[in-house]
Ligand binder design. Structure first.
Ligand SMILES: [Zn+2]
Length: 590
């Protein structure tokens, strides 16, 4: 089975690559490229380049690169033919097969999506008009979820019957099981997964229905208030956010996404005109969820009682802030109510809660200080202790110091001695803070080789902070470059990287491994220094080509190099210079 080359080219050129990738990644124009956060690795600064002229993408963080088909293959987990079929369908192109038909997997998934779509529609129509859905309609009306809301969110009603849906769809048992709509019961009979429940269909961010959440009506004897589809061939809980399909466009525009706990909370936000809300589908928030959100926005607002999310939740949030580079704020929901209720009782209050969201740490510290009794020195010491315990959960010493100072000031006013005391308690947390002099003594000099060496050490200590700023093209020393490449391939895992290296590079790596990275080393600054040196080197080498296009481009590059000395260097400048280095060095090699 094959697709003709003509068809492949038609599909490839139907849309610019930036338009296709733009459906998955928020892209911004940056010089001749588009730039965004790489969907294939977690990163803090955008290093994912897309260029329409060449129809290719390249990530300077993880090295992922390819054309539009490769991208669709990777991101949709399809084979080559599947990717072509996927793109053809999106562009409305009919392809002809030289032998056989569409790929088997693709065909099967397509059938599962169709079944889900039919189920959504059938449940929906039941809710709108079936006599047995009267109670459900009444219940939704009291919750403000009828009429247009029910239509927009395709709410449904699963009748109180064993197999009404299965019979209606008439698909074979395996297909129904594969999309989680039915299961085989203990008597060996096919049974619908949902029964006597209000149905909330769950869609992928690209719009296909993949699962359901079902809620009982008040007065039901069923102990489980909500039931969710189990995972299936087309549904992974940790990678699905309810409402993202409706929220996507607004989320990208506002660079903000609000996370709730329930379907009705998401709908509640929509009801008050706020369309950037999503919910996890009956699971806790996972790192995969956060990575999914990061594809669309940098700011996450938690609109649920995050403090009640269990032990360790706070550490997880801080870890994600550092690792995935998102900012996590917490909405203060009045009276501990959830957004679905507030949408009814206090719509403006609900909007304000998002508007006034504050960092998680601030939220928790304030909770301790507000309403605490601080009359006696003993009271103050006790409150300080509790606050310090919370502050010490944060991995960043600067953040800890800042909050500790605030707490001390609030308790003791301008008492320098007390403030120092409290700050010391958060300073010592990891017992690894060095004296300032020591740190300064170790800080790298401007020496080029040292700078490359420090970057390698940072790759081991804080890989995510380096990738995206540094690419192998910036290294002047080839051994350093080889070590960098190996560390990049193993995401900073130096033990694994060792296996890829020749003796000379191995010897360098062994020195890097024992190097104590200064606590205040700034990967971004170090990376920019290397980049500037590399671009200047390359410009100096380029004297032969005098065509006007090259001269204009080089002038542009020189201007950008100047910008690297600014205090706030734009990510697009870094990305453009890395892209240029990549272009010219690969041209040199060719
Ligand atoms: Zn990447």
């Amino acid at each position: 089975m094959a697709i003709s080359d003509d068809d492949i080219e038609r599909v490839r050129t139907a849309q610019p690559i930036s338009a296709v990738i733009g459906n998955y990644v928020a892209l911004k124009r940056a010089g001749r490229n588009f730039l965004g956060l790489c969907p294939f690795h977690g990163e803090k600064t955008p290093s994912f380049n897309v260029r329409d002229e060449t129809g290719r993408y390249k990530c300077f963080g993880c090295g992922a690169s390819g054309d539009v088909f490769k991208f669709v293959q990777e991101v949709e987990r399809l084979d080559f033919v599947g990717a072509i079929e996927h793109l053809a369908a999106k562009s409305g192109i009919t392809i002809t097969y030289t032998a056989g038909g569409p790929s088997k997997d693709r065909q099967r998934n397509k059938r599962l999506f169709e079944l889900m779509e039919q189920a959504v529609e059938w449940y929906h129509q039941r809710l709108l008009s079936a006599p047995d859905a009267k109670d459900a309609r009444e219940y939704l009306r009291t919750r403000g979820l009828s009429g247009d809301i029910a239509r927009q969110f395709k709410l449904g009603w699963a009748p109180d019957a064993w197999d009404a849906l299965s019979v209606e769809l008439g698909a074979d048992a395996e297909m129904l099981r594969d999309c989680g709509l039915a299961f085989t019961n203990s008597r060996g009979r096919l049974q619908d997964s949902f029964r006597a429940r209000v149905m909330f269909p769950i869609f992928k961010d690209s719009g296909e229905a993949v699962a359901f959440g079902g809620r009982i009506l008040p007065g039901s004897k069923d102990p489980a208030k909500y039931k969710n589809s189990s995972e299936s061939k087309i549904y992974t809980k940790s990678k699905t956010l309810y409402g993202l399909n409706w929220a996507k466009a607004d989320v990208v525009k506002a660079d903000q996404i609000v996370v709730c706990e329930g379907y009705t909370d998401v709908i509640g936000f929509h009801r008050v005109g706020f369309t950037r809300a999503v919910a996890t589908c009956g699971t806790a928030l996972t790192e995969d969820h956060v990575r999914l959100m990061k594809r669309f926005a940098n700011n996450v607002v938690l609109a649920f009682d995050a403090d009640a999310a269990g032990q360790g939740a706070a550490e997880r949030f801080y870890e994600w802030e550092r690792k995935i580079d998102i900012r996590v704020n917490v909405a203060r929901l009045k009276g501990g109510k959830d957004p679905g209720d507030l949408a009814d009782s206090d719509p403006q209050g609900l909007l304000n809660s998002v508007e006034n969201a504050e960092p998680f740490m601030a939220f928790r510290v304030r909770r301790i200080l507000d309403g605490a009794r601080i009359n006696t020195p003993e009271d103050k010491a006790r409150v300080a202790e509790r606050a310090i315990a919370i502050i010490n959960e944060h991995p960043n010493v600067i953040v800890r110091r800042d909050y500790a100072t605030q707490v001390a000031e609030q308790l003791w006013g301008n008492d320098k001695k007390q403030i120092d005391d409290v700050v010391q308690k958060v300073d010592r947390k990891f017992g690894a803070t060095r004296s300032r002099n020591e740190a300064q003594a170790m800080a790298p000099s401007g020496n080029k080789e040292n700078a490359e060496f420090v970057i390698l050490a940072l790759m081991i200590a804080r890989c995510d902070d380096v990738t995206g700023i540094v690419a192998e093209e910036v290294f002047s020393d080839d051994t350093h470059r080889r070590v960098f490449r190996a560390l990049l391939a193993h995401h900073g895992n130096h033990k694994q990287a060792e296996a890829d290296l020749d003796p000379e590079a191995l010897e360098l790596l062994s020195r890097v491994e024992v190097f104590d990275v200064p606590v205040d080393a700034d990967p971004r600054k170090e990376g920019i220094n290397l980049l500037r040196a590399a671009v200047r080197r390359e410009l100096a080498r380029r004297v032969t080509d005098t065509s006007s296009a090259v001269i204009t481009r080089d002038r542009e590059i020189k201007r950008m190099v100047e910008q690297l000395t600014a205090r706030d260097v734009a990510d697009s400048v870094i990305a453009d210079l890395l892209a240029w280095l990549y272009d010219v060095t690969s041209a040199n090699e060719a």
